[in-house]
Design a protein around this ligand. Structure first.
Ligand code: ZN
Length: 160
C-alpha cells in the first residue's frame, strides 16, 4: 500500500539542521503515526512521502518556506517586565501563550536586560533548512473514527 490522502502512516525519522545537529528523532523506539494529507506534518515532508510504501527510506531537505517559514523580525519585540505580572521569575527560553489577533500563539523570551524583556513569536525552527532521514514503518487505511478525530489511535498515536 502506498502513502496517499487519509492513509494512516507510521514513520521513524531523524531531523537535523544544516549544521548536522539532531533536532528531533524517533530513534528512541517511539515512531510517529499520523494521518497523511491532514497537514499533520510540514508540507514539504508530506509531499516527499507521497507514494512511498512500508520499508522505503528517504532523505529529504526542506527549505524554510516549506517548513516553518522565514524568520520575521517584526515578530520580535521588547516589552516591559511588568507586562508579565510579578508572579513568574522570567528566564531566557521560557515560552508563553499570547492571545494575538490570529488566535493564540507561542512566544519565547529570548533576552532579558533589566526591565526590558525581548520576546520572539517566530517558530524556533523558522528560517532553518530541515533535513529529514525517514523510514516508512507502516501504511494502512485510517479508520473513520481516526479521520473524525484527526489523529491516529494506538501505538505512536493517541491512546484513549
Ligand atoms: Zn481519537
Amino acid at each position: 500500500m502506498q502513502i496517499a490522502q487519509h492513509k494512516a502512516v507510521t514513520i521513524n525519522y531523524t531531523l537535523t539542521n544544516d549544521k548536522g545537529e539532531v533536532l528531533d528523532t524517533s530513534d528512541d523506539g517511539d515512531p510517529l503515526a499520523y494521518i497523511h494529507g491532514a497537514s499533520a506534518l510540514i508540507s514539504g515532508l508530506e509531499s516527499a512521502l507521497e507514494g512511498k510504501g512500508a520499508g522505503d527510506s528517504l532523505k529529504v531537505s526542506i527549505k524554510p518556506e516549506d517548513a516553518y517559514g522565514m524568520r520575521d523580525d517584526s515578530m520580535q519585540r521588547v516589552v516591559p517586565k511588568e507586562a508579565f505580572g510579578g508572579e513568574v521569575e522570567l528566564e531566557v527560553g521560557m515560552v508563553f501563550q499570547s492571545s494575538g489577533e490570529q488566535g493564540p500563539k507561542m512566544i519565547m523570551v529570548t533576552a532579558i536586560d533589566g526591565d526590558d524583556v525581548t520576546v520572539d513569536g517566530n517558530h524556533p525552527l523558522a528560517g532553518e533548512q530541515l533535513n529529514f532521514d525517514v523510514e516508512v514503518v507502516g501504511v494502512r487505511d485510517a479508520t473513520t473514527e481516526e479521520l473524525e478525530h484527526g489523529h491516529i489511535h494506538g501505538p505512536g498515536g493517541h491512546e484513549h
